[in-house]
Design a binder for this molecule. Structure first.
Ligand code: MN
Length: 504
């Protein structure tokens, strides 16, 4: 099961700008065209949210009222603006000053081609977004606003794809406003990168992070009924390949039963509190028989954000990226850079965690087993074991630099391991970072990227970049074009920019 969220319930409002200069006739045509475009966008599979047509805007007052409405509307996750004709942009100032939701500047034109034999001055006046959208672009630049700008004909698949990406990010942004992330225990002792300012994060991203004692989770675990536990055990039988020792009558069956009980309790806790993500810490497991591995893997697959060792930033980011991921091919998981393969003929990174990798990235039916784990000092935990499929992917890491948040993204290619890993009892991915391991790892380390990340085979870097623009945070991309010297320069420029633009 994936995240149970219907993106069609979210709305993007389609707003067209014009003016009265060309007469009522022209405005009627603008309205008709805009309705057709909005309907087409609403119907296209590339755009998962509802696109809702709004009346053509020609005055400052109507724009201000519309924006106030959008701000207050629970379903509206953002707006798309398009200037069908020329539209003097000062009328947008009052509205844009109020707007507190993301918006996209859709630079399109009703007709794709110039009708060479027919074109006259009426046509020129009606279809001049080339001109009107530049005026709108100026006012955004003048007001230091950075909407996403998408250029292209509204039926062009490439254009639709870009709009679709942004709508998914807008829905995810909306989802994170007021989202609740639960932490069990604090950060792993002495660790630096999983720390951060929770108040700053709430101001910047909209989600809140609060601590809960493990006792509250234990209360839910203890309340699990036999029927609930048995139902889960049955679900495991159907979904996974169980090893001999965890099957009914096997030597580790009781450990699997304990894991199922933990899962019942964890789900109950998350549901009761209305949480969208959570963290655990293996240093704080009092009252739990084993480290929650299987339970974490399975609730992550249902769309909960997760970060190990108290890593709430990654937990919240994973939830956000899982919302973007709804309905797309490929999965998204909590991840950790673990071990290198430093063969110059193909340097690679083996990513995994102690246990907690989401089965949404499994290439095959996972194996369910109970095996020893030295960390945590508890009984042997249950876990799903699998390998992720080959293909393009990314790793994203969010860090707190004290005066700002920085997102680091590395484009990677997941590859099939060249041999079996019969003694490695955890879920894993092998990947080749772009442009290569040496440059990627040097750039990641210079940028301060964490060992924890969100790994996605469904999303491209464009999603994360759009998210960073919405959040107003620094974005560092490591891809095929990265050069360390240039990256260092970019980091220095960012240091100055954020110091001046936002202060300490
Ligand atoms: Mn870790």
């Amino acid at each position: 099961m994936a995240l149970d969220l219907n993106l069609k319930e979210f709305q993007v409002w389609f707003v067209t700008g014009s003016q009265h200069l060309y007469g009522e006739e022209a405005l009627k045509q603008v309205e008709e065209d805009a309705k057709k475009v909005a309907r087409f966008l609403d119907d296209t599979a590339e755009i998962p949210v509802s696109v809702v047509y709004k009346p053509v805007m020609t005055t400052s007052d109507s724009i201000r009222r519309l924006i106030a409405e959008a701000n207050a509307d629970e379903k509206c996750v953002g707006l798309m603006m398009w200037m069908h004709t020329f539209s003097p942009a000062r009328m947008w100032i009052a509205g844009l000053n109020l707007l507190n939701k993301p918006y996209l500047h859709f630079h399109t034109q009703y007709y794709r081609d110039i009708p060479w034999g027919e074109i006259d001055m009426d046509y020129m006046n009606l279809h001049q977004s080339a001109h009107g959208d530049r005026e709108f672009g100026f006012i955004n630049a003048r007001m230091r606003k950075t909407p996403k700008v998408v250029v292209g004909h509204w039926q062009d698949p490439e254009t639709l794809q870009k709009v679709g990406v942004w709508t998914r990010v807008a829905a995810a942004w909306h989802d994170s406003q007021g989202a609740r992330i639960a932490r069990f225990g604090d950060n792993m002792r002495d660790v630096a990168v999983t720390e951060g300012n929770k108040v700053a994060a709430q101001i910047q991203f909209g989600y809140e992070v609060n601590a809960y004692s493990l006792g509250e989770l234990i209360r839910h675990v203890e309340a699990a009924t036999e029927a609930q536990i048995n139902a889960l055990l049955e679900e495991y039988e159907v979904s996974y390949t169980l090893t001999e020792r965890v099957r009914a009558g096997g030597s580790k069956r009781s450990s699997l039963r304990d894991a199922a009980q933990i899962e019942v309790g964890l789900r109950s806790f998350l549901k009761e509190g209305g949480f969208k993500g959570f963290t655990t810490n293996f240093e704080d497991l009092v009252g739990l028989k084993q480290l929650p591995g299987l339970a974490v893997q399975r609730v992550m697959n249902d769309g909960y954000g997760f970060g190990a060792e108290g890593d709430w930033k990654t937990a919240a980011l994973l939830r956000t990226m899982k919302v973007m991921n709804v309905g797309l091919e490929g999965g998204t998981s909590f991840m950790e850079d673990y071990v290198y393969h430093l063969d110059p003929a193909g340097s690679r990174i083996l990513g995994a965690h102690m246990l907690e990798v989401c089965e949404s990235i499994a290439a095959e039916k996972p194996i369910l087993d109970v095996q020893a784990l030295d960390i945590g000092g508890k009984e042997n935990p249950a876990r799903l074991i699998f390998t992720a499929p080959a293909g393009p992917a990314l790793c994203a890491s969010l860090i707190d630099l004290g005066n700002r948040f920085r997102m680091i993204v590395n484009k990677v290619d997941a590859v099939t391991p060249p041999a079996d890993l019969p003694k490695l009892p955890v879920a894993r991915v092998l990947w080749e970072p772009k442009p290569n391991l040496k440059v990627a790892a040097e750039s990641w380390i210079l940028s301060g990227g964490a060992h924890h990340s969100v790994f996605s085979q469904a999303l491209t870097a464009e999603y994360v970049e759009d998210y960073c623009e919405m959040a107003g945070i620094e974005y560092v991309l490591i891809d095929e074009e990265t050069e360390v010297r240039k990256l260092k320069q970019d980091l220095r420029v960012g240091e100055v920019y954020y110091h001046i633009a936002k202060g300490l």
